[in-house]
Each structure stands twice: as structure tokens, then as C-alpha cells.
Design a protein around this ligand. Sequence first.
Ligand code: TRP
Length: 329
Amino acid sequence: MAERQRILSGMRPTGRLHLGNLHGALENWVQLQNQYDCYFFVADWHALTTDYASPEAIRQNTWDMFLDWLSAGLDPQLCTMFIQSDIKEHAELYLLLGMITPLPWLERNPTYKEQQQQLDQKDLSTYGFLGYPVLQAADIIIYRANGVPVGKDQLPHIELTREIARRFNFMYKSEIFPIPDGLLTESPVLPGLDGRKMSKSYGNCIFITESEKEISEKISKMMTDPQRIRRNDPGDPEVSPVFAYHKLYSSPAQVEQIAEGCRTAGIGCVECKRILIRNVISRLAPIRERRLKLEGEIDKVKQIIADGAARARRESVITMELVRRAIGI
Ligand code: TRP
């Protein structure tokens, strides 16, 4: 049998996951683990590139994210899940790749300038922040991954990874590194409660482990079609974030009924939200239950993290032996 293709991806530890993370990435990962040899890790060193001045939250966020991954259905029997800083080999490869990466490749990286401008309250004129994609390249190629499922915003980093891997192979006459493909995750856009992109910094999130009460309160306050002011005004479902959620959480028949009801003022926003609340609660219930259970099994989770690290380390040690031999140092 041909070896299964290897897939790798990571997330920066932003803490508890929200529905945007779930539908944008995690559900896809959960599917992939059945078909591929998957590696998923929490990129805590990457968090440090922007949060080096206040690292206190990174540890807790890493733990919370790991627990949410398990709650959402990543299965340590099916995939290798670990924490980046547990595998020191990433740092060694990062250093070596830094030797061969031309500075202009990094200065040209579109996310470099963009992020510096967006996060202008932080001083990101550091060596570590410029080197962000080199560390990401090391994360990927140290496992000799073939595919990297990511969102659009990460494609420039995958392109850089490909160039760095090619350059290493060429320069040291090796064939150690496959050239990985970025696998664009086509995901439905799920707006936040206020209609903007769901993001922690906007405070417009529903978290994947939210309680029934919280789900109910948040959806009740959610934005709808702003033109529909009175109960008997007809509305346009396509401009309402509530309807975007129905498309994901409600049956096709319900979606049909709600679209029609909204356009004809046959259904009010309160009723429409009541249906959505019920559907979201029942869909998220198993995730929340798993999370509550895991919170009582701290030692078990620690063991999962240790086992994942051991597996990841075994692979990265093999790669690093090849790398050192290729360079001759
Ligand atoms: N940069 C990625 C993000 O912000 C996280 C990341 C770090 C990553 N290393 C990776 C993603 C390796 C894929 C592969 O989302």
C-alpha cells in the first residue's frame, strides 16, 4: 500500500475557539484525520512573535485551544496533535533555514507589513517577527508534509515555505523535503454577532463550548436586517447574519421556510432566532459535554499532549539527522 499523504496544520493559541474557527478550519481537520496521516499543533512560539511583551496568556490559551480541539473531535488515536514548543527540533531547523533565506523574501511577505500596521500598538520591528514565515516553514517541512490546509491569508507563507524547501534541496543536493501544497479550505463565511467577521478582538463571537444560556442570549441580541424595523415589514434574509447561521445549522426545509417568511413578514425576528437557538444548542451540545468531561480529566489530557509530542519528536528527529548530514555540520 502506498503511504498515506501527510497533512500538517497549526493554529496560534488564541484561547477558546469560536464558531468561525470551527467551521473555517477545525471541522475540516476532523474530516482529514480519517484519510490522511495528520499532524496538528498549537503554534505557541508563533504567538510569542507578537505577544513577547505579555506572554502570560499564551500558556492558558494553548491549554484551552488543545482542549477545544479534543472537544470538537480531533482524535489522538487518528492524528498526531502536539504543542510546538515541546519539539525543540523546530527551533534548530528554523535556525538553519534562516541561514539560507534571503532577506528580501521576508521583507516582501505581504503579511509582514500588513500585520505591523494592524497591530500598531505592538512593536513588531523585531527579528523574530520578520522570521515568522521561516519558523512556519520549519514547522511544515520538518514533518516532510505534503499538504497544509490553511485559510487564504496563509497562502503567502505556504509559498515561502515552498521556496525555502526548494532552496534547501538545491543548495545541499538533497531530496529531503517534499514541496508542500497549500490546501485552501473552502468554508462558508460565518459572520459575527454584529455582522462583521467573527473575531475575538471584535467581541462578536459565539464560542464552541458556550452554555445554552449564553447561546440563547447572544443570538437573541444578534443583528438582523437593519431595514426591517417593525414586525410586519418584509425583510431580506441575505443581509441578516442570523440567516447565514440558519444555512449552517438548520434543515433545508427550515431554511426555505425562514427565507420565505422573512421576505413576506410571515415570520418575525424573534421566532426566527428561537428556531436558530434551538438548532445551535443541539449541534454544540456534544462539544460542550466533551469539554466539561475533559476538564475533569486533566491528567489524561496531559498524557495525550505528552504522547503527541513523543510521536512528533520521533519524526522530527529523523528529519534533523538527514538535514545535519546534508549540510555536513
Ligand atoms: N501562521 C498560522 C496562522 O496564523 C499558524 C501556523 C504556524 C501554521 N505554523 C504553521 C499553519 C504551519 C500551518 C502550518 O494561522
